[in-house]
Design a protein around this ligand. Structure first.
Ligand code: BTN
Length: 253
């Protein structure tokens, strides 16, 4: 019996608007379609398997069936709070897994959740527009619960939650995670999310290598701004602003 089924989820989520798919192209595609239909904030799409899961920077997000918790949540953030959405989701995940006993959990800028410096969760915030008007947002969250990375190219950089905390019931995990998402979603647009997210970042003050769309910056992660952008002090001490990119701890290219 799987720990994440239509039945276990329906029982656990009660009245909360949700959809569950044994297999779907992408829970985020489905959430975006629901957003355009006008579903309420907090509506959640959960998938056991995705055939075209999407990650950051145009990458694919792959996970075998039965091994991950993958969900996409519809949100209606206040104007100008879009940058809070990814922070909010990463924060909710890191708090939930820390409460489950994942010591050493932190956020790698912008919104990867890591345990002991290895990625356990990815977050992908997206929004849709009607002309100049933003309809709303969704956030996709993929968590490695029991993905076996042994022998894969990700063996050194990824980790599964069960490797750290033991057996996980994905339905119970979902309920606890949604409770933190609901808590923080009510604060979208406030400074509280930023402050808590910044407090969980694991690379400020450390030597980093950042691959950005325009080049590589090697230096020290200096600070983050309220809109989530990162400042890195390069080898000459000049501050470089990073809006998007991949950051690695250390100075190896
Ligand atoms: C990243 O690249 O780190 C972000 C990965 C986000 C993956 C999740 S899995 C659930 C949701 N549906 C998708 O297609 N992507 C997100």
């Amino acid at each position: 019996m799987s720990d994440l089924t239509r039945e276990t989820i329906a029982l656990a989520l009660g009245d909360r608007p949700h959809e569950f798919y044994d297999s779907i192209a992408s829970s985020s595609d489905r959430a975006l379609a629901l957003l355009e239909k006008g579903v309420p904030s907090g509506t959640v799409v959960i998938a056991d398997q995705q055939t075209s899961g999407r990650g950051r920077l145009g990458r694919a997000w792959l996970s075998p069936p039965g091994a991950a918790l993958m969900l996409s949540v519809v949100l209606h953030p206040p104007a100008n709070a879009m940058s809070d959405v990814g922070m909010m989701a990463a924060l909710a995940v890191v708090e939930t897994i820390a409460a489950m006993g994942a010591t050493g959990a932190g956020i790698k800028w912008p919104n990867d959740v890591q345990i002991g410096g290895r990625k356990v969760c990815g977050v992908l915030p997206e929004s849709t527009w009607q002309g100049e008007r933003r309809i709303g947002a969704i956030v996709g969250i993929g968590i490695n619960v029991r993905v076996d990375f042994a022998g894969s190219p990700l063996a050194d950089s990824a980790i599964s939650l069960e490797d750290v905390v033991g057996a996980v019931d994905r339905t119970a995990f979902l309920v606890n995670l949604l409770a933190r998402i609901d808590h923080w979603s009510a604060l979208l647009g406030s400074d509280a999310i930023f402050t808590a997210w910044r407090g969980r970042l694991n690379m400020i003050g450390r030597a980093v290598t950042v691959h950005t769309p325009t080049g590589v910056i090697i230096g020290t992660a200096d600070r983050v701004e309220r809109d989530g952008t990162l400042w890195v002090a390069d080898a000459e001490g000049a501050l470089q602003r990073v809006i998007a990119g991949d950051i690695a701890i250390g100075t190896q290219d």
